[in-house]
Design a protein around this ligand. Structure first.
Ligand code: NAP
Length: 247
């Protein structure tokens, strides 16, 4: 059985699934979390929290912990840590692999507009839109700054700063069902969804509900991540890992 030490870059449910699968295959794992969520759901194996201190700090960590490979299962919008991990992997000749679901694509009945940033999403919304925003807390201020908008900002941790009277914060974790999303849209009489194109199945129900109710979706495209062997599922990532370590 393999006992190689794999660094899982986490902060997603896929990363937890991956760590569990690696442990099941006899690997040693350390899952790294940014440390921004107060009560994260933890995977099996070792867990460390907090930044590494840039590329150099990550290089030191890889050497100290004798990491055999990096499995980057961070959120598709966490661009900086992936860039750092790719650079540190190159510097240490450690394989760097990514686990990332493919982006969502619109069906013929969906009313989706793709934009490249949260700022562009804020600009794209029509006057007096009533919005479900699922973009996290870091950039939610860009929507709050539009005084004509109202809505629900759904996130895991509350945002910093004051909340405009016209918005409610809903602290909640996926998965959500089509039924609960439909009820949310109806109760608050919402007109738009603003979301990041994470591709995560646990977040897809809102698009099905939006389609059925005729709501418009403003979807933020993913930032560019470094080129790397990438798998969409845990099983495929394990195949890439075996190939990188032993082929
Ligand atoms: P980011 O902009 O890519 O990274 C900012 C800095 O945070 C990195 O340079 C690194 O600090 C530290 N960091 C980020 N992820 C880390 C990890 N897994 N382990 C150790 N350090 C980490 O990241 P972000 O967009 O703020 O996301 C932070 C975390 O939240 C990620 O782990 C991501 O998976 C999760 N998350 C992000 C989103 C999103 O929309 N961005 C959504 C859901 C979950 P150092 O340079 O000091 O190493």
């Amino acid at each position: 059985m393999p006992a190689e030490h794999i660094l899982v870059l986490g902060g997603t449910s896929l990363a937890r699934d991956l760590a569990d699968a690696l442990i099941g295959r006899g690997f040693q794992t350390t899952t790294s979390l940014a440390g921004v969520t107060r009560a994260p759901v933890l995977p099996q194996g070792c867990v460390r929290q907090g930044g590494f201190g840039g590329v150099d700090g990550l290089i030191r960590f890889l050497r100290q912990e004798e990491i055999a490979a990096i499995a980057d299962a961070t959120h598709p919008f966490a661009a900086q840590i992936s860039a750092h991990a790719s650079a540190a992997a190159t510097a240490t000749s450690v394989p760097y692999l990514r686990l990332e679901p493919p982006p969502w694509t619109a069906g013929s009945r969906d009313k989706w507009l793709s934009v490249t940033s949260v700022a562009a999403a804020a600009e794209a919304l029509p006057c007096h839109a009533r919005v479900l925003a699922t973009i996290g807390r870091k950039e939610i201020g860009r929507l709050f700054a539009r005084s004509d908008l109202t809505g629900i900002a759904r996130m895991i941790e509350p945002p910093a700063g004051s909340l405009p009277e016209s918005w409610k914060v809903l602290l909640s974790r996926p998965p959500f069902s089509v039924e609960s999303e439909t009820a949310l849209f109806r109760v608050h009489d919402l007109t738009h969804v603003v979301a990041k194109n994470s591709g995560n199945q646990t977040g897809f129900a809102k698009f099905v509900a939006a389609r059925e109710l005729g709501l418009s979706v403003v979807l933020i495209d993913r930032p560019k991540k470094p080129d790397a062997p990438t798998a969409a599922t845990v099983d495929d990532l394990l195949k890439l890992l075996y190939k990188a370590l032993w082929a």
